[in-house]
Design a protein around this ligand. Structure first.
Ligand code: BT5
Length: 255
């Protein structure tokens, strides 16, 4: 099945040698839904809250896509988009490379390397008018000595069967198309599209006690018990109190 086919989600696929950040480029481009931008190298890759995403040239997958959910999906439900991208990427990596990944709410993809959880990927969703630009960064071929931060891992270190960029890219885009269309056609409700269920099954955060650091040096400590209809993490903070935390409010989530 062709990736760019009439009636499909993906409308264009551009691969550039080098850019600052594929997210910055697509946010500025204001193009149609389904535009995909892939870079071999990013000189100013971005994470959330002015953090950086750094990876050597050609060591991974760096891509951004433009999604425009339309009036059928309430804006509050857009909070599911980064989580959806995580589920789609995890599904693709399992199918195409035989690698198991766990999702750390809201936007990290973890692999196990020598019995330890390491971050092998991250997702950055940014609003651009009536669209959301979703960026996915994946550490693919990095060896231990090349990891940008001590907490990082890579598909290679996790024993992936496939490390070539193109088959991984295809698998990720196919899976993202499937999950996104199902979610959008269900009005963004993560229940009927089975997204909520798939996220919960793959999420390493649920069931753990975590400390959610919020802006202004505030923090909440509680057991992560659910991800709600808007993609917020629900913390049970004691005495029956449940506090939903949105991805946009969280600075760090620590064990
Ligand atoms: C993220 O942010 O994890 C989102 C990363 C999204 C990157 C993609 S690449 C394509 C697109 N274009 C962009 O410019 N961005 C997107 P956050 O949760 O804020 O995590 C950032 C933190 O992860 C940093 O502060 C580092 O500690 C760590 N980090 C940086 N580079 C890493 C890497 N290659 N592997 C693992 N961890 C990394």
């Amino acid at each position: 099945r062709a990736l760019l086919r009439p009636g499909g989600l993906w409308t264009s696929l551009d691969v550039v040698e080098r850019t600052g950040s594929t997210n910055t480029d697509l946010v500025a481009a204001d193009g149609p839904e389904g535009a995909v931008l892939v870079a071999e190298e990013q000189s100013a890759g971005r994470g959330r809250l002015d953090r950086t995403w750094s990876a050597p040239a050609r060591s991974g997958l760096f891509l951004s896509v433009r999604l425009t959910p339309g009036p059928g999906v309430p804006v509050a439900r857009w909070g599911w988009l980064p989580l959806l991208a995580g589920v789609a990427t995890a599904t693709a990596l399992s199918r195409a490379a035989g690698v198991d990944t766990a999702l750390k709410w809201p936007n990290d993809l973890l692999v196990t390397v020598d019995g330890q959880e390491r971050k092998a990927g991250g997702i950055l969703a940014e609003r651009a008018g009536d669209s959301v630009v979703v960026g996915i960064g994946l550490n693919v071929s990095l060896r231990a000595a090349e990891l940008p931060v001590p907490t990082a891992g890579s598909l290679a270190l996790a024993g992936a069967a496939v490390l070539d960029r193109d088959p991984l890219l295809r698998a990720v885009l196919r899976s993202l198309e499937e999950w996104y269309l199902r979610w959008r056609d269900a009005g963004g409700d993560p229940g009927p599209s089975r997204l909520q269920e798939a996220y919960a099954a793959g999420c390493a955060t649920l069931g753990r006690t975590v400390r959610a650091e919020l802006p202004g040096d505030r923090a909440l400590v509680g057991e992560a018990v659910a991800v709600d209809g808007d993609g917020r993490l629900v913390l049970a903070t004691g005495d029956g109190v449940q506090e939903p935390v949105g991805a946009g409010d969280i600075v760090h989530l620590r064990p």
